[in-house]
Structures are given as structure tokens and as C-alpha cells.
Design a protein around this ligand. Structure first.
Ligand code: GUN
Length: 297
């Protein structure tokens, strides 16, 4: 068997051109995404630049707020409050990872749930946990789901094995697949005998950051393999899957680059458009930050 390639690049292009059309019909009243970038992590800079470039292509106004590595927690929280309270800003993301001295969970939790287009706040994460359709779903898992739906696989009852338990991919991916009636196993660096688990998978979603770790001997015939890994080895990009080895045993596989990466950006922009649309139809948004909240609602 030779696996069919799931072409994330062209699927993302289609999503972006649909978005572009919807935004051009708004007659100049366009969505706005604010991206907070702290410090000078080189990979983060590249990701953020790519987000801004794609946003411009679809007609979303994307502001990058660059802050120094040495910014204090309170100053960063105040920046988020200002964006929360600015009616012209529809979506807010804080590019991760943050420098060590900042409490990532506290910073993320400060983003208004209505503008949380990364879906990382406890509020949206909770909505996803309870299978509530109002959740903003994190971009990468949402992109992976769209890729699975593009091949018309019936997810109900499938054994999906997620490799990695990060807040950005593994955890929300597991919840999303569960919400689509998969039987989900989330594995991680402490999992015992990972290949014995991946061999039982109908679908593998790998987000562990180990270059070409997954071999054909780890998978069953006809498995669907989604590679979220973006690893740099000898200056070349590769995923977590040993593509050349696995492609003869899988039924579908995603390439790196040109697979999940472009879908992540397309879904972030789709979430930004969704936030914009919700804010236009329900301008008075709620606040769920609790008694020490600093937003002005
Ligand atoms: N760092 C790596 N991926 C992401 C992402 O999807 N969103 C944010 N905010 N930071 C990231």
C-alpha cells in the first residue's frame, strides 16, 4: 500500500480563499487580530511573521505587539487588559513559549474568552472538555480535525492515539477527537511501550517533537497518520514520523512541511473571523475572570 497524501497546503488555501471572500463582503469593516510576542525566540518570530502574512492575504488586520524579554508580569497583564477593552481588537493571542520568569497560565487566563482565538484560556478549554459548540478550539487540533474530515473518514469508534500532552496540541486534540466519538489514548514521554499502543491505532496524531521517531513497525496496516511535528535536523525540516518508511503501510499521511502547519494558520484566521462575527452580533460580551478581574465590564 502507498499512502495518500493529505495536502494541508491546498486545503488551507481553500479555507483562506473562502475567508477572503467573506471578509471582502464586509466592505472595509475588517477583523483585527493582536499578537503579543515577548522576547526574541527565533522560531516564534518566524511563526508570527507567517501568521501576519497570511492574515494580510485574507484581509485580516494583524498587529504584532513586540515586548522585551525583560517585561514584568504586571506590564504584560496590563497590555492584555488594554486589548481586552479595545473594541477594535477582535482576537488576541500570546505567542508561546513565554520567557521563564512569566507565569504562562496566569497570562493566558487574562485574555477575554471572547477574544481567545487560540482557545487556550481555562474558559474555552473547559467548553471543549464539555463538548460545548461555543468553544474556541485551538488552531492546530482544529486543523487536524479538518484534515481528517477532508478524507471522509468516519471517526466514530476509531482508536485515535495522540502522542504528546501539551496545552497547545495534545490535550485539546484528545478532547476534540473524543467529542467526535473516537476512543482516545493520549500518550506522552512517560508512556510505557509506546509502539505497542500505536500499533493498535486507527489514527495517530503525533505532536511530540522527536524527529522521525515513528517507524512502520509502530503502526498497523492502513492507519491514518497525522504529523504535527516540526523538527529541524541538519537545517532540514522533518516531522515526528519517518515519512519514507511509514508511507508504504499507512492509508493516509500528512507531509512536513505542507501538512498540518498551513492548516494551523488557516484555523487561527477562521477563529479570528468567528470572534469578529460573534462580537458584531453580541457586542456586550461577558467576563468570567472572577473577583480579581481587571477588565472594564
Ligand atoms: N506556539 C506554538 N504554537 C502556538 C500556537 O498555536 N499559538 C500560540 N499562541 N503559540 C504557539
Amino acid at each position: 500500500m502507498t499512502a495518500q497524501i493529505i495536502d494541508g497546503k491546498s486545503l488551507a488555501q481553500k479555507i483562506c480563499s473562502d475567508l477572503k471572500q467573506k471578509i471582502s463582503a464586509l466592505n472595509g469593516n475588517i477583523p483585527c487580530l493582536a499578537v503579543i510576542l515577548v522576547g526574541d525566540d527565533e522560531a516564534s518570530r518566524i511563526y508570527v511573521r507567517n501568521k501576519q502574512k497570511k492574515a494580510a492575504e485574507v484581509g485580516i488586520d494583524c498587529h504584532i505587539i513586540e515586548l522585551s524579554d525583560s517585561i514584568g508580569e504586571n506590564a504584560l497583564l496590563e497590555t492584555i487588559d488594554e486589548l481586552n477593552n479595545n473594541p477594535e481588537v477582535n482576537g488576541i493571542i500570546v505567542q508561546l513559549p513565554l520567557p521563564q520568569h512569566l507565569d504562562t497560565q496566569k497570562i493566558i487566563a487574562r485574555i477575554s474568552p471572547d477574544k481567545d482565538v487560540d482557545g487556550f484560556t481555562p474558559y474555552n478549554s473547559g467548553l471543549l472538555s464539555s463538548n460545548n459548540p461555543d468553544a474556541f478550539v485551538s488552531a492546530t487540533p482544529k486543523g487536524v480535525l479538518a484534515m481528517l474530515q477532508s478524507i471522509n473518514v468516519n471517526l466514530c469508534g476509531k482508536h485515535a492515539v495522540v502522542i504528546g500532552r501539551s496545552q497547545i496540541v495534545g490535550r485539546p486534540m484528545g478532547k476534540l477527537l473524543l467529542n467526535h466519538d473516537c476512543t482516545v489514548t493520549i500518550t506522552h514521554s512517560h508512556t510505557v511501550d509506546l509502539p505497542s499502543i500505536t500499533k493498535t491505532a486507527d489514527i495517530i496524531v503525533s505532536a511530540c517533537g522527536q524527529p522521525q521517531m515513528i517507524k512502520s513497525s509502530w503502526i498497523k496496516d492502513g492507519a491514518i497518520i497525522i504529523d504535527v511535528g516540526i523538527n529541524r535536523t541538519d537545517g532540514k525540516l522533518c516531522g515526528d514520523i519517518d515519512f519514507d518508511d511509514v508511507k508504504n503501510k499507512a492509508s493516509y499521511i500528512t507531509p512536513v512541511p505542507g501538512g498540518v502547519g498551513p492548516m494551523t494558520i488557516a484555523m487561527l484566521l477562521a477563529n479570528t473571523f468567528e470572534a469578529f462575527s460573534r462580537q458584531k452580533s453580541h457586542p456586550q460580551h461577558h467576563c468570567c475572570h472572577g473577583h480579581d478581574c481587571h477588565c472594564s465590564k
